[in-house]
Design a protein. Sequence first.
Length: 288
Amino acid sequence: MSGISIQPAADEWVIEPRGEGPAAVARDLWRYRRLLRYFAFRAFQKLYARTILGWSWIFIRPLFPLLVTSLVFGSVLDVSTGSNVPYFLFLVVGTSPWEFFSSNVMWGTRSLELNRGLLSRIYLPRLILPIAMVAPSLLTFLIHLGVIAVSFVYYRWTMGVWFFRPELVGWSVQALLLAWVLSLGISLWTSVPALVARDVRFTLSYVLGFWVFLTPVMYSLSTVPEEHRWAFALNPMTAVVESFKYGMLAIGGIDPKQLLSAWGIALLTLASGLIFFSRAERNAADKA
């Protein structure tokens, strides 16, 4: 009969195939946005589960390596910072964005593995998992930030110099965002393979262990011979660390070409990672 349409009852569910494309992914993420908080808290719970010292590790893990590295490179080897900035402050500022990046890569890689029990039981946008895994990395970064703040006050009191340059802090924020984009892109490539092969996680830990030495975290870029600078320019984390140092301490400088190159690499990694992840995650439940 014309003019009459039958609408589904209010308590009926209409099951439709999931849409394709970036718009559909964005709608899914927004619809399930409250799960971000749930999985972020779940990551916190798994952070130091079944450990004797428990949450004390939150402070031990970032602070102990800082003290040891500062002693070896700052006191024993007397590595130059290329400025009047004390080595410990130089180190903690350089380490902060690197630790945020590397921690986010490792947690993002394990995001599906740690939640494999849920993947075959309920539907949720799998992309939420690597995004939510930024929570433990952000916590570690905030601890580093606290150490930086205390160091600023300490050196102002002992040396009479205020090293912090608030007018440049936007460069540090930009560097942190760049580190997150790059780490998310990498983890989108590694999280699905890591479901079936722990080798992915082990390989990444070795790669990051070598990568940090090719990034000016523990030393100044100015100490690198000119003929080798091109290799550091290819490393997107060089721009991240240098930008963060510049925004916090006003040392070094911003190389526009290197920064644009780093953003290009990060965005390309993220875009290709999204394409790979959206195709591979459809079989993630079977692999779990």
